[in-house]
Structure formats: C-alpha cells, structure tokens
Design a protein around this ligand. Structure first.
Ligand SMILES: NC(=O)c1ccc[n+]([C@@H]2O[C@H](COP(=O)([O-])OP(=O)(O)OC[C@H]3O[C@@H](n4cnc5c(N)ncnc54)[C@H](OP(=O)(O)O)[C@@H]3O)[C@@H](O)[C@H]2O)c1
Length: 447
C-alpha cells in the first residue's frame, strides 16, 4: 500500500484512459470494469484513471461510470474492486499535459496501460452533394472511407506559453496534431517511469494508441507531420499515430523510440523518479495500436435526423459485408480493452502468426459479423499490409474478410518504405518533444 492508500500488488491494475466523458472513451472505462471483474480473481482490484477537460465533466462522468458499475456488478463487494479516479488534461495545452503528468506520477504507484483515446476531428462541415451521391452509389466504401468531410487548413493550437510571465517564442503547433498525437506523445513520455513499474504477467506497461481505419499513407506527408498544409489533418494525425505505434519496436526507430523516448527516468519535468534506474534497461513499455471500427459518437457533430440516417447507412454497410461497422461504442471498445487487460501470453498468441511470418505489430480493430457478433480483427493498412507480413495473408480469416477497394498484397519495397517513414516520424517527434520541453522549462522557470 502506498502512503496515498493505493495498493500495488501484482493483481492490482492501474489503467489510464484519456477523453472519457463521451463516446468511445466512456465505453472503454465501462468495459474495462466489466471485463476485469469477469476475468480476475476476487482479490484483484482495478483503478481506472480517466481524464476529462473540466471539473463538471469529471463529476458527471464519475457519476455515470459508478451507475454503470452498480448495474453490471453482482454485489457491493464486487463493485468495491473497481475505482474510478478523475484527472484533468487538455491535450491542446502542453502545460496542462505537464501538470497532469506530474499529478499522475506523484499519485499512483504504477500504470499497467494508458489508452490514448481522446481525439478531435476538427471538421468544419460536410460536402453534402458529394456525401449523398457517394452513399447512394457506393454505400459500403463511402461510409467506411469517406471523402466528403471538410477541414480547414493550417489551424494552430493556442499559444502555449502566452500566460507565462515571460512568454517564450514558439514554433508552430497544429491544433489537431497537438490534441490527437503530440499531447498524448508528451503524456506517454512523461508517465513512462510509471509504465516501467508495471510488472507481472502483463508487464511492462502498455501504451495503446487509438487510431482510425481511415488512416492511410495518401493522407500523410513526412515533410509536414503536423498536417499543417493538409486538407485532411485528422486523417494525417491518425496515419502518424499508426507509423509511431507500428514501428516503435523496429530496429530503425530504436535510436528515437527505445533509446530516447522511453529511456528517461524523469517525470517529464526534470525530476528523477526514485528507484527507477533499475527498470530502464529491462522494462521498456510496449506500444500497441487499436481502432474502434466505425461507431456513432459526437466526433462528427450531426443533427438527430442525420444521426438516424447515418445509423441506417451503417446497418446497410454491415449487411453488405462491412466488418467494421461496430456502431455501438461498447462493442467498439473491445479492442483497446483487450490490449489493456490481456496477459503478455495472450497478446503474444494473437501476434504469433504474423511474427512467425516475418511481420511485426498488428493494427488491431474492432469489428462485427453480419449478425453483429463482436470480433477483434487485424486491419490491412497501406504500406504495412496485415501486420507487416509481405505477400498473401497468413491468417485465413484475414484473407476472407472484405478488403478496401484497390488493396494489394504488401511488397517488400512497400514495407521498407513504411519502416523508413516510421523512422523519420520517430526522429521528428523526438526532436519536437525535446524542443518543446526546453520551451516549457523556460516558461516554468520564469514563473
Ligand atoms: N467514432 C468513430 O467511429 C471513430 C472511428 C475511428 C477512430 N475514432 C477515435 O476514437 C477516439 C474517441 O473518439 P469518439 O468517436 O469517442 O469521439 P467523441 O465522443 O467526440 O470523444 C472525444 C473525446 O476526446 C476528448 N477531447 C477532444 N479534444 C481534446 C483535447 N484537446 N484534450 C483533451 N481531451 C480532448 C473529448 O473531450 P470534450 O468532450 O471535452 O471535447 C472527448 O472526451 C478518437 O481518437 C477518434 O479519433 C473514432
């Protein structure tokens, strides 16, 4: 037991989830609680540390999560094994990310997993003629890989040090890039010492990025990793997410991933976390990638009649053979929850067919059968195929699943290019992190 009253036995799990007040994030918290209670010994406890952007949202989310737990558990004794612990972070503010990282590092004994779920679409509208034509003529593809969302170009995050006594000169920081990728990247780096302290059958700690099926290389330019010149900055941010997560443990990325991003034993604000040095060499956290399929949330804000129309279109796509129309956020949460709670042996088993065929990390996704039965699938992705395996699919179920139109089997050259993009992305992200940490240090010292 820590002095703050947190138990830290191998059976006690700590999972952090960002953006938990709505949509997928809320369902991830509910499902974490349900699956943990279903599959763990009656002495084991789960602490779900969730983030929102305000005290009001934190309070409301705690109330709703506790109501869910009471309704789904069988006794008060069972209910008492899960705790919901609110924290606050605005991922568009790097000082807020620092404050949250410090609070988490100072409060909790370890982190078994962090689920980087919060996300911002940033769309300004929908090209309705194109959407209606696309849905009427090519339903399945248009509601899986839509090309009718409109995004403003070059939107910047607010000035990061404007409120400091001596504001620092700042490089440009894209708003969607910061909320979806860079804020999470800084958070994960800062709490890495706690991830390294997770041991046992699922340790070291896991960083689970939430991506999208829409991420694809055509939306990404390695000379513009923030997507500032892009008309599809959300999709660009998700492709960058894929590159970082899928190449984190590849040798080409090691100088920036394992040797730099994970090497620190500081809490992101220059303070050494005690007893940590011993863990650094042996307990590098692992990165994993999950997407929720396609579910109905407020990430694309629509009026109620349009939500109904969207749901009918989603059912149509599922009926036509789309494996990705999960629709319901609880069902969509299956993949991130599996990645957070399963043992290393279970994860290794799931990855084994791909690893044995020369592949690497899979992009796992939530999906369903036509009848709505939930499944976790390996997602075919441009440049990485099925988990980086060159040639035809090695898992029968992958071969049978409906593919994106125009998808072709991965070639060795495409894989090489993907690994190189991953290497360059890791390098740029680490350089940006180091640059921004110095700017934030100066802003804090001036206070
Ligand atoms: N819905 C889908 O079909 C779908 C498909 C693929 C991927 N995803 C991914 O799933 C994740 C969750 O999205 P969702 O569909 O559940 O959308 P959502 O209901 O809009 O939830 C987004 C969450 O992220 C939080 N958030 C947004 N910007 C933030 C910021 N700057 N700092 C901190 N928190 C922030 C939101 O908080 P506020 O309420 O305070 O804004 C909210 O809690 C995202 O990463 C999204 O890209 C969703």
């Amino acid at each position: 037991m820590t002095e703050k009253g947190f138990s830290q036995g191998p059976e006690d799990k700590y999972v952090l989830v960002t953006g938990a007040n709505s949509g997928l994030g809320f369902s991830i918290c509910c499902r974490l609680a349900d699956e943990f209670l279903r599959s763990n010994a009656s002495s084991a406890t789960l602490s779900i540390i969730f983030t929102t952007r305000s005290a009001r949202k934190a309070q409301d989310t705690t109330r709703r999560l506790e109501a869910h737990l009471r309704s789904s558990s069988s006794s008060p004794a069972e209910t008492s094994r899960v705790r919901f612990l609110p924290e606050s972070v605005d991922l568009g503010s790097l000082l807020s990310v620092r404050a949250c990282s410090r609070k988490v590092t100072a409060t909790y004994p370890k982190l078994d997993a962090i689920i980087l779920n919060a996300g911002l679409g940033g769309w300004s509208g929908i090209d309705w003629p194109s959407a209606i034509w696309g849905v009427c003529t090519d339903l399945l593809h248009q509601v899986t890989w839509p090309n009718y969302k409109i995004s403003p170009i070059g939107i910047l995050a607010d000035n990061q040090t404007a409120n400091a006594p001596v504001p620092q000169s700042e490089p440009a920081l894209g708003s969607i890039f910061c909320a979806n990728v860079f804020g999470h990247y800084m958070l994960a780096h800062n709490v890495a010492p706690l991830l390294k302290r997770a041991t046992g059958f699922s340790g070291p700690g896991r960083i689970i990025w939430v991506t999208s099926i829409e991420a694809t290389l055509k939306f990404f330019d390695v000379d513009d990793i923030q997507g500032l010149k892009s008309a599809t900055p959300y999709e660009s941010s998700k492709q960058l997410t894929d590159l970082l997560a899928l190449t984190a443990d590849e040798p080409g990325s090691a100088p920036w991933a394992v040797d730099s991003f994970f090497a620190s034993d500081e809490d992101g604000a220059g303070q050494l976390v005690e007893d940590d040095a011993a863990y650094v060499a042996t307990s590098t956290p692992t990165m994993h990638l999950a997407h929720p399929g396609i579910c109905a949330t407020s990430i694309v804000p629509l009026a109620l009649p349009l939500i109904w129309a969207m749901m009918i279109a989603f059912y149509g796509a599922r009926w036509l053979g789309s494996p990705w129309h999960t629709m319901n956020t609880y069902l969509a949460a299956i993949t991130p929850v599996f990645l957070a709670l399963s043992s290393n042996a279970q994860l290794d088993d799931a990855e084994a067919p791909y690893r044995q065929a020369g592949g690497g990390r899979p992009k796992w996704g939530s999906g369903t059968t036509r009848g709505g039965a939930e499944k976790i699938f390996c997602t075919e992705t441009a440049g990485w195929g099925y988990a980086g395996v060159v040639g035809t699919p090695v898992v029968k179920a992958d071969e049978l699943r409906r593919r994106k139109r125009g998808a072709t089997d991965l070639t060795a050259e495409q894989k090489e290019d993907f690994l190189e993009l991953g290497r360059q992305s890791w390098k740029q992200m680490e350089e940006l992190r180091i640059k921004w940490d110095a700017i934030l240090d100066e802003a804090e010292q001036a206070q």
